[in-house]
Design a protein around this ligand. Sequence first.
Ligand code: ZN
Length: 303
Amino acid sequence: MAKRLGLVLIVGVVCGCGGSRPPPPIPWQQYSGERAYQHVEKLVGYGPRPSGSDGLGRAATYIKAQLEEYGLTVEEQVFIEQTPLGPKQFRNIVAKTRAQPSGPNRVIIIGSHYDTKFFTNITFVGANDGGSSSGALLEIARIAAEQPSLWFVFFDGEEAVRQYSDQDGLWGSKFFVEDLKGKNQLSQVKAMVLLDMIGDKNLNVTVNGSLIPQAFDASRAAGFRDYFAYGGNGMLDDHVPFMRAGIPAVDLIDFEFGSGPGLNDYWHTEKDTLDKISSRSLEIVGKTTLRLIELLQNQATGH
Ligand SMILES: [Zn+2]
């Protein structure tokens, strides 16, 4: 890893072309799992956060305030879709680092959904599912705020209002990709990294989509290789609209969120609460993600 970075640096100096200058190193060791955990506590404190709810609105206000504090340029994408439960309003939050040189294949998107699944029969606060990745993404944004060409995207409407299908779920990420297409900006995006359900105390992350070797390399570089396993291509999550649009994308998700090995019985239940997650798990995935960003920045991937 260090060798590869050094080589890129030399090439940059020799050719003297500002555009290919490698970005400054990311101070990934300063990432704090405690800070990420405190964000999750805040989000959970707003109660259930399904799309269109007051809780989601309060979460959006908090997330935007943090991102602005880090010096990022923050936009909101507000849109209405016809869902199986009627028209619903959604809001994605998009934060960009200040340095955004134009050109193809430069932008790396790091994403998380911040909505929680809508239930009428239980109080679902989504500490892990919706909370954990959003808390980690805020801390990632703080650490990487000085980097060029990073977009931190908090998707609304990842959860299906009824049940996942081609017509339900992934509302925010689908809208985001269609919007990029409409603006002719798809070619600017080099890669997309998605985090989802990464707070479980008993952490078993699977790596899904493309960029799987890169994610393994990053986990090794951060010192956490043992927590990551091969996932494959079967995971339906917010990275899928990006992959379908031809953008290399990877989803880091722990889909064994339960009372024992191999079980997922806390998922989408009232048991998805703060006591099930840990700052250590948020640290493991957060630091790995920062190393993955660094690796992708210095890699000539295209699409
Ligand atoms: Zn969910």
